[in-house]
Design a protein around this ligand. Sequence first.
Ligand code: BLA
Length: 504
Amino acid sequence: MDALPPDLADCANEPIRVPGGIQPHGRMLVLAADDGHLVALSENWPEPPPLAAWSTWLPERLAALQPGEAPAPLGTVTLEDGRRHDLTGHRLAELVVLEFEPAIGALGLQAPVYALARRFLPRMQEAATVTELLAQATAELKRLTGFGRCLAYRFDDEGHGEVLAEALDPGYDSYLAHRFPAADIPAQARALYLLNQIRLIPDATYTPVPLRCVDPAWHPRRIDLSWAALRSVSPLHLEYMRNMGTLASMSVSIVVRGRLWGLISLHDHAPRQAPFETRVACEHLGRLVSLQIEAREDNAEVATRLELRQLTLEIVSHLAESDASLRQLAQDPVLLRLAHASGAAVVLDNECWTLGECPAPECIHELTKRMANHGRELFHSDRLAEVLPDLAATPGCGDAAAGMPPLPAAGVLAISISQVHRHWILWFRPEVVQTVQWAGNPRKAMPASDGRLHPRRSFESWREQLRGRSLPWSPSERAAVLELRQALIGIVLRRAEELAEFAT
Ligand code: BLA
């Protein structure tokens, strides 16, 4: 992500793990892990909490909690208001956090997870693509929870979220294929969502209930609520939700290979609850989807690598059949297929051979000189004019005055095959103009009469054209050309040895 303007950096400083308060639909007690004394309580307990009344069974259940584990169900208790409450608890290094939420509905305890296993698992396996899988997941989550809208989105390399699937009730706006700017979810929130993979906000108009410490050694802002379901969320985010007309939300993280791949987000126009068992089922669904995506991406990656390795071997064998001069490469169309490129060039010092659609040789030479300064064996960019803005001034590289695009190629992938000489192989891709459909103009100044930044107010579709970019070079394409590089270096060395032998 780019460096953030100062206001957005403020968002990244919101102390979301230690908000010092909870959402008001439940109550919290915080105990010391060693001797069980009361450390803090939410200020919505009408009287001293009845800890003594639970002393016959609670300590034993608390002893089973392990630090770093998600909240576990500990049973139900009836509080002084006569209502049954679900009790969950989790352990931190020094504390135990107990959360009480009014028990709702008459769900059989395992019902949602059971339904998930019976209905969703078989469908998930039938889905042909990741998008289809996400469509299944949004429909299932919406059904399980009764929320009005469910969106699944994936984050791109810059952290923007793109909605890939959705399920909607009538009356809800569609955000399918829309993009949400990275700044909507600051970095510390993304880090938290990797750890705690589900969040529920039943009512975005709530007033937080502060935590009060009865143990003077503690302060509410030191109590880590990262794992707490009742954690009070950032007021900036609540404002965002209200601007969007979303009064209740629940999100589940999609985590693939340890990275936040995306989110599945449920919205409702009205406040809405989801009981513990339903949340557990939703979290399971998120994990199943994450594992499926990981497996599918791994399979696709293995298949592509195999195919590209085959092409590398083909190129190398063509070369070996000839006199193994690198210039031969520029006659081998397989070279283009290796990187799905529209042009390729071989540069050996001051000479240049090309294949397909390439910039003029002067431009290619200039490019290799610039890349040499980067000192890397592999260079790649899908936005050449942005990375090397003055390149366009080189003869053959572009003619902005004549209204031509600044460079005849928008993307370049290149390998250097000698440390001593300017020996390069380059691949080129043309510009692909992308239309991005944002949910609200991400660059529009936000109303700031109080001098602070606020989440934007408009979520109207706003189209932007991205120019000067090619399709990006994928990790498997980059790996393939590096493999080719290794093979070529081997051949070049062997040739040099043979020549040396011949000379003696
Ligand atoms: C958090 N912002 C979030 C979250 C989402 C969004 C999903 C996580 C909430 C959760 O998982 O429960 C944004 N909401 C969206 C998006 C969609 C949606 C993209 O429904 C798409 C459909 N947000 C801003 C600005 C700031 C900001 C300008 O727009 C700061 C000034 C802050 N967003 C912000 C903060 C959080 C957040 C601080 C963390 C909330 C928390 O967990 O406490």
